[in-house]
Ligand binder design. Structure first.
Ligand code: NAP
Length: 399
């Protein structure tokens, strides 16, 4: 990707930006309205690709919007730079208030530090909602203050935290956000006695799964599912066409993927881990910038992920059918008594055709959040990638 940070001209650099407080301080209600607008702008950016969705609004002293921007994806200008480039005189923001959903970054990755760009543009005040938890990218607020810019953090923090929770969780824990999905009958069976499971649910539910695949960086399956179903794991539209965004398929387990597996012709290629070591696999995916993973089973892999405390979100498709028998959607979770049950909080119930989609999250995060984890080095466990496009997406720290 090309470096797209806008270049300032010599004359702009000479025009010493004034960081004096704005002539009139934008009032709190206007600032909050602008944060909400910045969150709407942030949502226009891609959900996949390793970088956070961020929006920015530039206000004049009267609280009027002068420019807006958002982050369009890894390797492209950050939201602040996008907004600065849209000013009547690009990158001349003297006296303006910058509203950003995430603390401006303070590091050079594929683009330059936003803190420096805001200082150079002459912004007088910066308001952000959520502090940047990145080990290398944080500190933008402090840098701005040091340069004489007025900085307010934590405005509408709860809303922005919720909006960014998948990315924030990934960065704070140093591993991807993990969504576990399965389809089962009402009696909790994921396959028939002969191992067949296509199709438990109807077309509307299956189409939703394709959309969810497309909104993920990677799809994880165990070797058992590959051998039983020979799945393609592509994200497809209702006409069977490939959707624009395809997740990277990842096969977990020690068994080799057969040479003639359909998965070998996936448009993103294939990551064959050759291991059952979930911590190593997740660390490796995080290092590749694969921050949202969608676990499609089967029961053994899903159970191992849940038992290890890695499941951040559950998507359970329930079909109005009964299969009975032993092919349960989940196996042993290491729970011996009812008091150890993993309690979930239902976040959504939706009917899709004849099926139900229940969305849930752990009632309590199963795994402690460790901010220091984002500074942990990437795993060195070898995972092989055979891919049409194996380009590793840099982690957020390098965006
Ligand atoms: N209804 C659904 O939503 C759904 C979804 C997917 C599959 N299925 C059905 O599920 C059945 C396959 O079930 P499955 O449980 O065998 O599939 P699986 O979970 O995909 O694969 C199990 C294998 O994964 C490997 N593995 C990787 N990490 C592991 C870990 N941490 N702990 C233990 N094993 C690990 C092991 O094989 P190695 O020896 O290679 O390490 C294990 O035998 C099929 O009938 C399929 O149709 C249903």
């Amino acid at each position: 990707m090309t470096e797209t940070t806008p270049q300032r001209t010599a004359s702009r650099a000479d025009a010493a930006p004034a960081h004096a407080a704005p002539a009139r301080r934008v009032d709190d209600a206007t600032v909050e309205q602008a944060v909400r607008r910045a969150l709407e702008l942030a949502a226009l950016g891609p959900v996949t690709g390793g970088n956070p969705q961020v929006g920015c609004v530039l206000l004049d002293a009267e609280g009027r919007t002068v420019a807006e921007g958002w982050h369009h994806g890894a390797g492209t200008p950050h939201a602040e730079i996008d907004a600065l480039s849209k000013l009547p005189v690009p990158h001349d923001a003297r006296g303006l208030t910058a509203i950003v959903t995430l603390e401006p970054c303070n590091h050079t990755g594929r683009t330059g530090p936003c803190s420096e760009a805001l200082i150079a543009a002459g912004v007088a005040r910066v308001v952000y909602a959520v502090a940047d938890p990145g080990a290398n990218s944080s500190g933008g607020g402090a840098r701005l203050r040091e340069a004489g810019v007025e900085v307010d953090g934590g405005v509408l923090e709860a809303e922005a935290e919720f909006f960014l929770r998948r990315w924030l969780t990934a960065v704070r824990r140093g591993r991807p956000w993990v969504t576990v999905k399965w389809a089962s009958t009402l009696d909790g069976r994921a396959a028939a006695a002969d191992g067949t499971s296509q199709w438990i649910t109807g077309p509307a539910a299956r189409q939703r799964v394709h959309e969810q695949r497309s909104a993920s960086d990677a799809i994880l399956v165990g070797t058992g599912t590959v051998l039983a179903d020979d799945p393609s794991l592509t994200a497809r539209g209702d006409g069977g066409e490939l959707l624009a965004a395809q997740p990277m398929p990842v096969v977990i387990g020690e068994t080799a993927v057969p040479a003639d597996a359909v998965l070998r012709s996936h448009p993103r290629g294939l990551i064959e881990t050759g291991t059952r070591d979930l911590a190593a696999v997740l660390a490796d995916l995080d290092a590749r910038g694969l921050r949202r993973v969608y676990v499609e089973g089967g029961p053994t892999l899903a159970s191992a992920i849940i038992a290890a405390g890695y499941a951040d979100e559950y998507l359970v498709y329930l079909a109005p059918a009964l299969l009975g028998g032993e092919k349960l959607a989940l196996g042993d979770l290491g729970i011996r008594t009812i008091g150890e049950a993993r309690r979930l909080r239902v976040t959504g119930v939706e009917q899709l055709g004849d099926d139900l989609l229940i969305t849930a999250e752990p009632a309590e995060p199963a795994e402690p959040v460790d901010p220091a984890a984002s500074a942990a080095p990437a795993s060195t466990t070898a995972v092989s990638t055979t891919a049409a496009s194996t380009t590793a997406v840099p982690s957020t720290e390098e965006n």
